[in-house]
Design a protein around this ligand. Structure first.
Ligand code: B1M
Length: 232
């Protein structure tokens, strides 16, 4: 129950705690107000993301894993996360310069987890990429069609389930079969993945989180463009 709390009277540390708790409880309006309050205090949008929203979701993840809460509770928390992210989106994805490259991104077929993927998409936009977000449960055909249609420099795939993760290899194999694999940098991410799986599936790199995704996208695109320049 947060109705009696005056946000402006809280210390910033207490504001983070309240934001995490309200996200956990799925209180969308409160989460929105708390994100706005943090921004109004001059907190950096990435700090709000990290200390408020992601920290709150970490507690949800731990309690889900330990059987303290179940899918319905996770779903309401995920909705509150989405409400908070909607407030942050314009700040995280703001970029004044022309795009430095095009990224197609999506969560693979059989998987509807999209919170992390959407954070990655926003941060890539903020870093100056044009991002085509295909959403969740994306098929091989939709991935390959979008890579072709947008002449993408980078394909990003997300999977949160051990059962959906191998689908990434199907997408990468399809890119190769269509002669597109050499043209596009493939980055993968999501909780069950690691470097070894990424290599096994034929991806160029595994990204542990959104920060690493941005850093890796920039680094590999820079290497690719320099190579093209030198050979052309
Ligand atoms: Co689900 N779920 N879930 N779930 N869920 C997990 C993934 C699980 C690990 C929980 C657990 O049991 N401990 C487990 C998977 C077990 C496994 O396969 N190993 C699980 C399960 C089992 C399920 C269901 C099967 C449950 C059921 O129905 N019985 C079901 C599956 C539905 C389906 O997809 N077909 C299901 C459903 C759901 C909800 C719908 C309720 C909801 C998703 C809502 C949504 O996304 N819109 C949900 C949630 C929220 C979770 C947990 C609790 C949290 C995931 C999350 O949002 N994390 C999750 C527990 C966990 O992950 N430990 C769990 C916060 C987010 C910021 O982090 O997504 O890791 P993350 O993203 C990070 C990085 O991974 C990385 O950067 C992001 C930001 O820093 N990253 C990328 C991610 N994608 C990237 C792509 C890139 C680069 C980096 O490309 C370049």
């Amino acid at each position: 129950m947060t109705a009696d709390i005056v946000l402006s009277e809280l210390t910033t540390d207490d504001l983070w705690v309240l934001l995490q708790e309200d996200l956990y409880d799925g209180l969308n309006e409160e989460v929105v107000a708390e994100v706005q309050e943090a921004l109004a205090r001059g907190e950096h949008p990435q700090t709000v993301l990290q200390k408020g929203l992601i920290a709150g979701m970490d507690v949800v993840s731990a309690d889900f894993r330990n059987g303290v809460i179940f899918v319905p509770e996770v779903l309401v928390a995920a909705n509150a996360m989405k409400a908070g992210l909607d407030v942050l989106r314009p700040y995280l994805s703001r970029s004044e310069s022309p795009p430095i490259g095009t990224v197609v991104i999506g969560t693979v077929r059989g998987d509807i987890h999209d919170i992390g993927k959407n954070i990655v998409a926003m941060m890539l936009e903020g870093a100056g990429f044009e991002v085509i977000n295909l959403g969740k449960n994306v098929t091989v055909e939709d991935f390959t069609r979008a890579v072709k249609a947008h002449n993408a420099h980078i394909l990003g795939m997300s999977a949160l389930l051990t059962t959906s993760m191998p689908y990434m290899k199907e997408v990468i194999d399809a890119l190769a079969a269509q002669g597109l694999r050499e043209r596009v940098i493939v980055l993968v991410g999501g909780a069950p993945l690691n470097e070894v799986y990424a290599r096994e599936f034929g991806a160029d790199a595994y990204c542990r989180d959104a920060y690493e995704a941005v850093h890796t996208a920039r680094r590999l695109l820079h290497i690719r463009l320099r190579g093209d320049h030198e050979s052309g």
